[in-house]
Design a protein around this ligand. Structure first.
Ligand code: ADP
Ligand code: TRP
Length: 323
């Protein structure tokens, strides 16, 4: 049985792009009985950029609520919050001392962040070592991540090899990354990649009125209602097709080509489809977000399951180093 582990950025509310591009595939992988899955919310990493404690807490709750609402089953997945196992910060110190400085200085993500952020703190620099510990502390075999995390995974493997080599013992398990090359990129309301940073997202957990407003904000051209329209050049059509069945897509294509069908009609159809497709998830999300103590309970139960593994690996490492 392979242990699959991945970290989730606690960046707050999860949009349609996150759900289709990350949450659903990860839950599918976690539910495969051949795997044992560890999923955690990386709230220690978020301290590199978010210093407001309440905002970090809200982000953790909203992120957890979205994952749970989308079907994450805590009986099948060890689902926890990174900061509930503080052993990972202790391990980060040890591994810092086995990590070559130039490796961190050459990390793409650090270069990128240090050019774009006002607060360039040492946590940003050490970020990949904490991430390596997230993985190595749980003897993970497979780490599914997006392409942007590829270098961090290579660094994790290099750090683990360096530890094993210098301690002359196979202390740490070398993980394999699973990079989804053909990740589908969900377009946002303006046609660019859907992202929180572009403010072009659709948040399917919003109350109906606000959700409808987001959907109506999908950018389309100014072809008049009566005229035929090109479905393949239309973002509303692309978004609709992501959720629609084959026959619904065929019908919508005919509507576009036939004329007398406005973009407003297509957006309304997409809005109704979201309500239908995410009916259960929306209900569960509302229930969870109104009961933060329940989310808290799930996360603490997850931490109880993760902790013995962390203690075991940390113990192995410390005794090999000589503490
Ligand atoms: P954002 O761009 O909104 O800040 P994140 O970078 O926090 O999103 O992404 C979290 C996860 O969701 C990542 O695994 C990422 O690959 C996935 N994801 C985000 N946006 C999209 C999108 N538009 N299409 C597909 N997957 C996405
Ligand atoms: N850095 C990852 C991201 O930005 C999140 C993360 C933290 C992670 N620790 C991890 C992912 C460990 C996989 C494994 O998405």
């Amino acid at each position: 049985m392979a242990r699959v582990l991945t970290g989730i950025q606690s960046s707050g509310r999860q949009h349609l792009g996150n759900i289709l591009g990350a949450i659903r595939p990860a839950i599918e992988l976690a539910n495969d009985p051949k795997n044992e899955a560890f999923l955690f919310i990386a709230d220690l990493h978020s301290l590199t950029t978010i210093k407001d404690a309440n905002l970090r807490k809200e982000n953790v709750l909203a992120t957890a609520a979205a994952w749970l609402a989308c079907g994450l089953d805590t009986d099948k997945v060890v689902f926890y919050r990174q900061s509930d196992i503080p052993q990972v910060t202790e391990m980060t110190w040890y591994l810092n001392c086995f990590t070559p400085y130039p490796m961190l200085a050459n990390a793409h993500s650090f270069k990128d962040k240090s050019e774009n952020l006002a607060d360039v703190n040492a946590g940003l620099f050490i970020y990949p070592v904490l991430m390596a510990c997230d993985i190595l502390m749980y003897d993970a075999n497979i780490v599914p991540v997006g392409k942007d995390q590829k270098q961090h995974l290579e660094m994790t493997r290099d750090i683990a090899r360096s530890v094993n080599h210098q301690l002359k013992k196979e202390i740490l398990v070398i993980p394999e990354s699973k990079i989804s090359e053909e990740v589908m990129v969900i377009p946002g309301t303006d046609g660019r990649k859907m992202s929180k940073s572009y403010n072009n997202f659709i948040d399917v957990f919003l109350p109906e009125k606000q959700l409808r407003k987001q959907v109506m904000g999908i950018v389309t051209d100014s072809t008049p209602m009566e005229e035929p329209k090109d479905p393949d050049a239309c973002n509303a059509f692309a978004l609709y097709s992501l959720l629609a069945s084959e026959s619904q897509i065929v019908e919508m294509r005919q509507n576009y080509l036939g004329g007398n069908y406005g973009y407003g009609h297509a957006k309304q159809a997409f809005f109704e489809l979201i309500l239908e497709e995410f009916a259960e998830e929306r209900k569960r999300f509302d229930k969870l977000i109104a009961q933060p103590e329940l989310i808290e309970k799930f996360l603490l139960e997850g931490a109880q399951k993760a902790k013995p593994v962390a203690d075991d690996v940390l113990g192995r490492l410390k005794s090999a180093i000589g503490y």
